[in-house]
Design a protein around this ligand. Structure first.
Ligand code: FES
Ligand SMILES: [Fe+2]
Length: 324
């Protein structure tokens, strides 16, 4: 993956409630980071004390400083070394590099490098209610994204839940640019899974989009009106470790949204568990066999993903009918 390009992007890393008075260790793109609340600000540094390389996340926050628990070196909110215990005259001209953070939507966002602005990824209008949750997979990054955007696995991995085999036809068109792609599915039949039998009032179109560095959305529409939207920000934590930040949006109706979320949650959790199982086993075998695989026309997004994340040849925009 093009790590240098990814380092310049913002990622949603954790629920801001996780960060209390103690420092917190997290990893992003394989980089070990420490987070702390100092002077009411969220600060982030590489998780390494410059004295003897022990993790600063094992230290503590004392007043307005992050203190290493080995020899007590203490750093302020902008990473300046403020105290070396027992050594008044030591040169303290040492500074930790600060890493950009932002607190938004109850999430701590991080950008390792550069000065790009944070997009309002999880914005939603007042007509919709939304919830956010965090999921973790021991899987490959782009194959996890592919799975979320792929309808052809649904009658098998989610048999009965999202779709059954037969009678599921859809017309697909696609568009793309340098940073992402969008697939439009006109559904010729109502989805025949249990979730749809219970909750779907006649969805006739899905629009699935993905943009660099891993923000994906599937919109569910009826007569061009958006009824339901699920956005997942895929975060590359480390090799073989993916975090999904899942934002579910439901249109408000006379039925209270919290009730709908309570009813819908077990079904979505089951669908997630089914995907997690197959993605984790795919990752294991993929790293074991290390062989290339076959790509066919109904693999709608893999070439686009390889293009935007691995700088491979530009993906082909597909127009086809799929009969599942
Ligand atoms: S290793 Fe951190 S103070 Fe010595
Ligand atoms: Fe799935």
């Amino acid at each position: 993956m093009n790590i240098e390009k990814l380092k310049k992007e913002w990622f949603p890393l954790f629920n801001s409630k996780e960060l209390k008075s103690k420092p917190l260790a997290k990893t992003l793109l394989g980089f070990k980071l420490v987070f702390a609340r100092i002077d009411n600000k969220v600060v982030c540094f590489e998780d390494r004390c410059p004295h003897r390389n022990v993790p600063l996340s094992k230290g503590s926050v004392i007043r307005d400083q992050l203190r290493c628990n080995y020899h007590g070196w203490s750093f302020n909110s902008i990473g300046e070394l403020k105290n070396i215990p027992g050594c008044k005259n030591c040169n303290k001209n040492i500074k930790l590099q600060t890493i950009s953070t932002a607190e938004r939507n109850g999430i701590i966002w991080v950008r390792l490098e550069g000065n790009k602005k944070l997009n309002n990824y999880f914005a939603s209008s007042a007509a919709y209610s939304s919830t956010i949750s965090f999921k973790h997979l021991k899987a490959d990054f782009i194959h996890s994204i592919e799975n979320f955007l792929d309808p052809t696995h649904t009658p098998f991995i989610h048999k009965g839940l999202l779709r059954n085999e037969n009678g599921q036809s859809m017309s697909v068109t696609q568009e793309s640019n340098e940073s992402g792609f969008k697939t439009y599915y006109k559904l010729n039949n109502k989805q025949n899974g249990l979730i749809n039998k219970l909750f779907d009032s006649g969805i006739d179109e899905n629009i699935a989009s993905c943009s660099f560095p891993g923000f994906t959305t599937i919109e569910y529409l009826k007569n061009n009106k958006l009824l339901f939207k699920i956005s997942v920000f895929f975060v590359p934590i480390n090799k073989g470790k993916v975090q999904m930040v899942v934002n579910v949006n439901l249109i408000k109706t006379f039925v209270p949204s919290f009730l709908k979320f309570i009813l819908l949650r077990p079904f979505l959790e089951l669908a997630f568990y089914q995907d997690k199982k197959i993605l984790e086993s795919q990752y294991k075998e993929h790293t074991f066999f290390k062989k290339s695989y076959k790509i066919v026309d109904t693999d709608l997004v893999i070439d686009h993903l390889l293009h935007i994340f691995y700088d491979k040849t530009k993906g082909v925009n597909k127009t086809l009918d799929i009969d599942l």
